[in-house]
Ligand binder design. Structure first.
Ligand code: GDP
Ligand code: IMO
Ligand code: MG
Length: 432
């Protein structure tokens, strides 16, 4: 068997969580391969709504195993909160959740460093979720990090203190006032105490060599779906650097983040919204800073799942999608939130970028270059809320034209159309 992959093609929040949940009954294992609690994946069913940050989105299906892979970084405090919420809803996540020994730990002091680096950047800040992502991946690459497996060793506390002290020296060099910095509403000391309490509880979970488990599962003929976090345009190598996250969000990240050979990658599903959003700073060529953008935000409830920040909104950006598709090797497309465009009389699509009146062949190195301008085609909108549509045959003609336009431009089928946040608001089309 192979590992299929679901990932975001834009700047995150495309609706990956919903689609992973919809696909889960078809898989034995769901595995997250990168990112950390900067992610917020929303799943809605039976009038319930869950937002997952670290736990894979297959957790609601008891017969499917969920793996937090080695490429993920974990804040025990946040993970435990997620687990408690699931338990309050009658779920028993310890029964179908496995955690990689090699996943790195986000220490409370990583979060302080994140805040300090952002504050030092002033106006050019990244707009980080402040979950400690950058500093934790920095320590991983710098070979200073601590991993879940270290929790099981007798000298964990010594190693923790060493790393924390090195962070405190850095913070002091940055002249960052840690006393005024709250972590999820808690002082550093209170957060650190809860963090250690969470660790004690986490030790009761199944902590494994996930690379062995996953490869063995494949050998036994089990099916695996890898769940991406963030989106290709936030990839540390290919996103709008430096306004990116600190991991490889693209399909190549699956191999390193799970310990899977490239030979074993199967079908790659690319998830995109019918328009674009971005939360945090950085270039966004099709951003609408006018009332149209406000309408998109209001109609789409575009507020961050992790931080609650308003998301910046704009029209669909085909050059960015083409670039993402190339980087990921996408086999088929999944279009989300078509219903949000329902009330628009006209909808625009950016078909290419121009510089000095010439169409750009390739995606530009520096998107903030002001001479790079998006060029749009305008299409008719569809005046149908779509929520009662249960099959693709019922799709209004204008939406069909919109999808045909996208398929022609991207040369890939749109296999699924999502028309609402619930599991059931999902239309299957051109199933390959
Ligand atoms: P993720 O990070 O990619 O999993 O996406 P988020 O959960 O951060 O953001 C997607 C948001 O859109 C969530 O609030 C979902 O409940 C919601 N959503 C997903 N699909 C649809 C859809 O087709 N229509 C509408 N209106 N909302 C959707
Ligand atoms: P999901 O998985 C949207 C953005 C942040 C910021 C930049 C760097 O829900 O799609 P970081 O905290 O990683 O240092 O932030 O990346 N960002 C996301 N935007 N969805 C996400 O995850 C994101 N994770 C990080 O807003 O601009
Ligand atoms: Mg999200």
């Amino acid at each position: 068997m192979n590992v299929d992959v679901i990932l975001g093609l834009q700047w995150g929040d495309e609706g990956k969580g919903k689609i992973v949940d919809v696909f889960t009954p078809e898989y034995d294992v769901i595995a997250r391969f990168q990112g950390g609690p900067n992610a917020g994946h929303t799943i809605e069913f039976e009038n319930k709504k869950f937002i997952l940050h670290t736990i894979p989105s297959g957790i609601f299906h008891r017969n499917t195993m969920n793996v937090i892979g080695n490429g993920v970084i974990i804040d025990p405090f946040i993970l435990l909160k997620e687990i408690q919420k699931l338990r309050e809803s009658g779920l028993a996540p310890e029964e179908n959740l496995l955690i990689s020994k090699r996943a790195h730990l986000i220490l409370p002091s990583h979060r302080l460093l994140d805040a300090a680096y952002e504050s030092a950047k002033g106006k050019s800040k990244i707009g980080s979720t402040l979950k400690g992502i950058g500093p934790t991946y920095t320590d991983k690459a710098g070979r200073n990090g601590l991993r879940i497996g270290n929790l099981l060793q007798h000298d964990f506390r010594i190693k923790y203190n060493q790393l924390k002290e090195s962070h405190l020296s850095l913070l002091s060099a940055l002249q960052f006032d840690t006393s005024g910095c709250l972590l999820d509403g808690l002082t550093f000391n209170a957060y650190e105490n809860s963090w250690f309490d969470s660790i004690d509880l986490l030790k009761g979970f199944t902590i494994i060599d996930s690379e062995n488990y996953l490869n063995k599962s494949l050998d036994e003929g089990k099916s695996i779906l890898a769940e991406g976090a963030q989106g290709a345009m936030l990839d540390v190598d290919f996103g709008s650097y430096p306004f990116v996250t600190s991991s490889n969000t693209i399909s190549a990240g699956v191999c390193a983040g799970l310990g899977i050979s490239p030979h074993r990658i199967g079908k790659i599903f690319g998830v995109f919204k019918a328009y674009c959003t971005r939360v945090g700073s950085g270039p966004f060529p099709t951003e609408l800073t006018d009332g149209v953008g406000d309408n998109l935000r209001n109609m789409g409830h575009e507020f961050g799942s992790t931080t609650g920040r308003p998301r910046r909104c704009g029209w669909l950006d085909l050059p960015a999608l083409k670039y993402s598709i190339m980087l990921n090797g996408v086999d088929s497309l999944i279009m989300m939130k078509a219903d949000v465009l329902s009330s628009f009389e006209k909808v625009s699509i950016c078909c290419h970028y121009q510089e000095n009146g010439k169409n750009l062949e390739n995606y530009p190195f520096d998107l903030s270059n002001e001479s790079t301008v998006p060029v749009y085609d305008e299409l008719e909108g569809w005046d149908d809320p779509l929520r009662n549509i249960t099959s693709v045959d019922m799709i209004p003609g204008e939406l069909k034209t919109y999808i045909d336009y996208i398929e022609n431009a991207l040369k890939l089928p749109v296999e699924i159309i999502s028309v609402g946040p619930d599991r059931t608001h999902t239309l299957l089309r051109n199933r390959l």
